[in-house]
Every structure is written in C-alpha cells, then in structure tokens.
Design a protein. Structure first.
Length: 465
C-alpha cells in the first residue's frame, strides 16, 4: 500500500536519475515492502531500483520475489551484482531458484558462487526433488552438551548473524549427531555457569533429508514449530527447515488440490507462464472423461425412453434431482479430501466416515425431499385454484411422492459415493484429490437417473406408467 502511494515519487526520482535519493528512500524499508514496489514497476525500472539498493538489502529483497521476477532481474543485472546476490541468498531460497532454471543456466550461476557456497548449493541440489533436503538450510547454531551457558551465548554472538534463525539452538556430539534442540528462552533463563547438559532432555522431533515435503508440512502442523532439525541416516544434523519454507510448500499443495477439485490436472507453473497449448492439455483429458461420463447419463435416459414418453412430466424434475445428488457428492468429497490432507481422517476411519455420511445423507435427503415434494404439491394446488389446470396432471400426489423419495435416495447415494471415493483412491496409492467435484457429480448423474426412474416405475406403474 505504501509503495503504491509513493509510486509517483519513485518514478520521478528514476526519471530525474536521482539515484542517491532513491537509495535513501528505500534504505529503511522492510525487504517485503521493497519487493512489492519492484513488482509494481515496469521491468526496466525494476532493474534500476535493484541496482541502487544497498548490497545486504538487495539480497534480502531478492528472496521475497517469485521465481519469474528473480529470473528477469538476473538477466538485467551486471554479473558483479548477480554474484553478490547469489552468495548472500539463504541456501534454501537459492536452491528453489536454481531448480527452476534450465540446467545450463543453473550450472552457469553455480560457477559464480564462492567455493563454500558452491559446495552447499550442489549438496542441496543433490537431494531428491520435493524432498526436505532441497528445502533445508545449513545455516544454524549447534553447540556441545559440555559447554556452559556463557560459552553458548558467546558462540551465538560470534556466529549468530549467519544463522537462519536463533529461536532454536541445537545440541550435537563430537561427530555432529543431534542430541537435542533447545528454545533460546530455555538458555537465556539459566545461570551463566550452568552446563547445557543440565537442561538437555533428549525430547526432540527431527526430519530426514529424504522425507517428502508434504510429510514435513504435517510434522510442522502437528508440533507447532517454527523450525525443525534435519538429519541424515546416521542421525547427524545436516540442516534445518523453517516455517516460512513450509508455508510455501503448503500453499503449493493447496493450489494443486484446488486445481484438481476443479476437474483438471495440476499446473506445474503459474497460470500466465504456462503456454496456451499446455493449459489446453491440462484441462482437455478431464473434460473428455467427464463428457464420456455424461454420455452414460444419456444412455441411462435412453433406457427409460418408453417411460419418459408415457410420463413426460418426469423429465421436468430430472435436472433438480441429479444436480442435488451431484452437489451432495461434491460436498462430501471436498470435506473428506481436505480432512485427509490435514491428517484428520486416515484409511482406517472409512467405516466411521461411511456411518456418518449415511446419517448425513439421510437427513439432507429428507430435508431436500420434503422441499421437493412440497414444491410439487404447491404448484399443483396453485394451478388448480388459480389457473384451473393440473400443472402436473391428475396424479400429482404420486409425482410428489416420487420426487421426494428420489431426492432422498440420490442425495444419500451422492454423499456415500463422494465420501468413499477418496478412500478408494488412497487405498490404490492415488491422490484423493483426483476425485474432483466434477468427477463425483458426473458419477452421481448417471446413477441418479437410474435411481429416479426406478422409483418412478415403482410408484407410478399402473397409473402414469
């Protein structure tokens, strides 16, 4: 907001080439606000602003930018400034940038790093994609159990500036094996001559370098931590992962699930970066599958065409009935998929979920069925009284009963199928989010037609059918 207010002033300073004043303007700004201003500027002005920023501020601001603006700035900056920024970036943010670049460009940037930073970058890029190893940073404070609190504080003063976070101090043995993690407040309240060993309890949570990112998000959520240590197969502390990285991962996962809910494949890149044909390809397969599914609905209706010809009035309520089933199925599917993602529901809970959805489906079906039946009755009575005609024919009471019971059956079936399909997919090792709302709605459309006309045959045989 502040950036937009000052945008005319910033443009005026750029146009007048008053770079000293521009540098002074940004010197006290938080890096996140400077990043927001840069994103609002044309590309050539973004580079100008970045060049005048103080060195340390420029590196911090760069980490707040998305991958696309980062790449644009790298192309527009001098090599000297690129070298400075890459070496100043936190290792986890630098890894995120490098893995998005073409391999040739990534190798070229890695060569610009100092030997120490190059070693760190290559080590992080050596871990599997979407693993905790790619997210972690080796910048942390580790102390030994036989140190005094005074020695720990002296060490933090000397090396703390390079650490990703000082909220947690890690205790390791002589071989680097993790013994405990201590909140900084636990250390600050101790006497200076007390030993670290006096407050170590061995109660800590770790991540493995090979753990998937999604599993790490769940661990952070479960233990409510701001940072977690990462160890190798021997228990040696090799890095830490902080909550800001987990928030990015959680956002990516939520975006992917939302896209799948919409009945399409997840996008690997931002919408506007993705080529047109790629967007079409991401959406076309699911649309084709859903079209084939709806063809089954047409097939089911063709099977009942004799009954439809005899009682054309039944088709009036068909959209209302199958859409109610599809809507209830979509609701159930969304609830269960999200509960699975949050760890609230596991495979072993399928029976509890089924019982709950049977009850829920029955109650919702009774409510909607009552509304549907009352609607038929009211329209029939109003037609007879005010228009002197039977809107739905002489058997309107049976039609109302058919519509009401059909809604109960379809809504119940929608709730059951929508809640059980994610379990079936998870059991087969597939992503439950694949059971998107359009997919469930299409499935329930087909079965809804069968349920509706089966109930109509039962109640209307001998009268309308």
């Amino acid at each position: 907001m502040v950036g937009r207010i000052l945008q005319p002033e910033i443009k005026s300073l750029i146009d007048s080439r008053n770079f000293g004043a521009l540098r002074e303007l940004f010197s006290d700004w938080p890096p996140a606000d400077v990043a927001e201003v840069i994103l609002d500027m044309p590309e050539h002005e973004q580079v100008i602003i970045f060049r005048v920023l103080p060195h340390d501020l420029a590196a911090d601001v760069f980490e707040y930018l998305e991958i696309d603006p980062q790449q644009q700035l790298l192309r527009g900056m001098a090599q000297e400034q690129v070298v400075g920024i890459l070496n100043e970036m936190s290792p986890d943010d630098r890894t995120a940038l490098l893995e998005e670049l073409p391999s040739a460009a990534a190798r070229q940037l890695i060569r610009l790093l100092t030997p120490e930073e190059r070693r760190v970058a290559q080590a992080l890029l050596g871990y599997p994609e979407e693993s905790v190893g790619r997210l972690m940073t080796p910048d942390f404070i580790a102390v030994h159990a036989d140190w005094t609190i005074r020695e720990v504080l002296d060490y933090v003063r000397e090396h703390g500036e390079d650490s990703e976070t000082l909220n947690v101090i890690y205790v390791v043995d002589d071989r680097g094996k993790l013994l405990d993690d201590l909140r900084i407040r636990e250390i600050l309240v101790q006497p200076l001559e007390a030993k670290v060993n006096d407050i170590v309890d061995g109660n800590f949570v770790t991540l493995s370098v090979t753990d998937p990112e999604e599993a790490a998000v769940n661990v952070f959520r479960k233990y409510d931590r701001t940072a977690l240590p990462v160890t190798d197969s021997n228990g040696v502390l090799v890095g830490i992962v902080t909550i800001d990285d987990m928030l990015d991962v959680a956002e990516e996962e939520a975006t992917e699930d939302i896209q799948k809910f919409g009945g399409m494949q997840a996008l690997e890149e931002p919408y506007l970066r993705l080529p047109l044909l790629n967007v079409v390809w991401k959406r076309a397969p699911w649309l084709a599958v859903l079209l084939l599914g709806e063809m089954l609905t047409a097939t089911a209706m063709a099977y009942y065409q004799t009954e439809i010809a005899k009682a054309l009035v039944l088709t009036v309520f068909l959209p209302m009935i199958i859409s109610s089933g599809g809507n209830s199925g979509s609701q159930a599917s969304t609830l269960i998929i999200r509960a699975m993602a949050l760890g609230e529901v596991t495979l072993r809970d399928w029976w509890r979920v089924m019982r709950r959805e049977i009850q829920t489906g029955l109650l919702l079906g009774l409510m909607l069925g009552t509304i549907g039946a009352i609607r038929v009755v009211l329209w029939s009575l109003i037609g007879q009284q005010y228009f002197h005609r039977d809107v739905y024919g002489p058997h309107w009471a049976l039609i109302a009963l058919t519509v009401g019971i059909a809604l109960v059956g379809v809504v119940l079936w929608g709730s059951l199928s929508g809640s059980m399909l994610p379990f079936a997919l998870r059991r087969c090792g597939l992503d439950p989010a694949t059971s998107s709302a359009p997919f469930v709605a299409t499935l329930v459309d087909v079965t809804g037609v069968i349920i509706y006309f089966t109930i109509a045959l039962f109640f209307l045989s001998g009268t309308m059918l």
